[in-house]
Design a protein around this ligand. Structure first.
Ligand code: FES
Length: 334
């Protein structure tokens, strides 16, 4: 017996299709030409998530990094793990056009620069052989030359054929070792892109952008887009890192104030005693009055504990006017 399922999207479009009684929701959607953004298909990455608005469903496996207990209470679900037991409606917080776009493609490019920009961060620049369309906030999987490993990095600039990625440098990571020891301008790189459902929506409200570590990469891409599109809404960037030596792209961030209505707050979680600026958790320094006074769209990109603490903080403050979009990136330790 089939169930009738509706997928509705942020742009107001709704698509209907039948789902078999024991079928995985994502398989049914793909069979019907609805290309929900996906990555792992194993309930781990959270890319295929939506929210069930009506009907009964079960999920095979949900990794706690993909959806928290609070997410599950709010009926958030992973399409690649969901089976429906009744007619049902699901909401996806992105435009339907994303589902009809061609899926990720494999592309070749050439390293055009690699630059150490803080004690823990490098910027990798790649000249693609052909131009790539993506949405600011999305990411690419890069093949690490000379290995069979792949690593994911958010685009730090706008679409085109010149790409930038902020890369966290680990003491002994596959990509980190390549960038430090072997990377040469002119090296050929293979990548798969675009990936992910974290992207800048049509801007109609003030924006609060929150970056943890190299989560800044996705937000720099969004800020470049806001400059290019002539955004007239206020934008407040919060940037959290461990120590002052981990901060990067200060000049670039300063320059956004010359074209945008822009505020910037940096917070160190573990600074030296001499640090004169803000310290502690990002949530301790959020401008509550600013968020209470007006509704806002908040984009958060960082490690899972940071994203979850912000979700909890928003719930505790009952800031119903704040629409949260987030990307939890699980940093590889190798
Ligand atoms: S595609 Fe990764 S959780 Fe579904």
């Amino acid at each position: 017996m089939n169930h009738k399922v509706a997928f509705s999207f942020a742009d107001g479009k709704t698509l209907f299709f039948p789902v078999g009684a024991h079928e995985i929701l994502l398989d049914a959607a793909l069979r019907n030409g609805i290309k929900i953004p996906l990555d792992c298909r194993e309930g781990v990455c959270g890319t295929c998530q939506g929210r069930c608005e009506s009907g009964e469903y079960t999920q095979d496996y949900v990794d706690e990094e993909a959806l928290s207990g609070l997410d599950l209470q709010q009926r958030k679900m992973l399409s690649c793990q969901t089976r429906v037991q009744s007619d049902a409606t699901f909401y996806f917080d992105f435009d339907s056009s994303l589902c009809n776009a061609p899926g990720p493609v494999q592309l070749q490019g050439t390293v055009s620069a690699v630059q150490l920009v803080s004690a823990s961060t490098a910027i990798l620049q790649v000249q693609l052989d052909a131009s790539l369309d993506f949405l600011p906030g999305q990411y690419a999987r890069l093949s690490v030359p000379g290995t069979d490993s792949w690593r994911s990095y958010s685009f730090a600039n706008r679409p085109g054929n010149q790409l930038q990625f902020l890369v966290r440098l680990l003491p002994d990571g596959v990509m980190s070792n390549y960038l430090r020891e072997r990377c040469q301008v002119g090296d050929r790189l293979l990548m798969e892109a675009p990936l992910g459902a974290f992207y800048l929506r049509h801007v109609t409200k003030p924006l609060v952008l929150v970056a943890g570590g190299t989560g800044l990469s996705a937000l720099l891409g969004m800020l470049d887009e806001l400059v290019a599109s002539g955004c007239d809404q206020p934008v407040h960037l919060y940037y959290g890192v461990r120590g002052a030596e981990d901060l990067c792209e200060a000049e670039r961030i300063d320059q956004y104030a010359s074209t945008l209505d822009f505020r910037y707050t940096e917070v160190l979680s573990n600074p030296s005693p001499a640090w004169p600026g803000k310290r502690g958790y990002l949530t301790e320094h959020f401008d509550l009055a600013e968020l209470r006074d007006r509704s806002a769209d908040m984009y958060v990109c960082g490690p899972p504990p940071m994203v979850e603490s912000i979700q909890q903080w928003l719930a505790d403050q009952a800031l119903d006017g704040v629409q949260l979009y987030y990307e939890k990136f699980t940093q590889s330790n190798i």
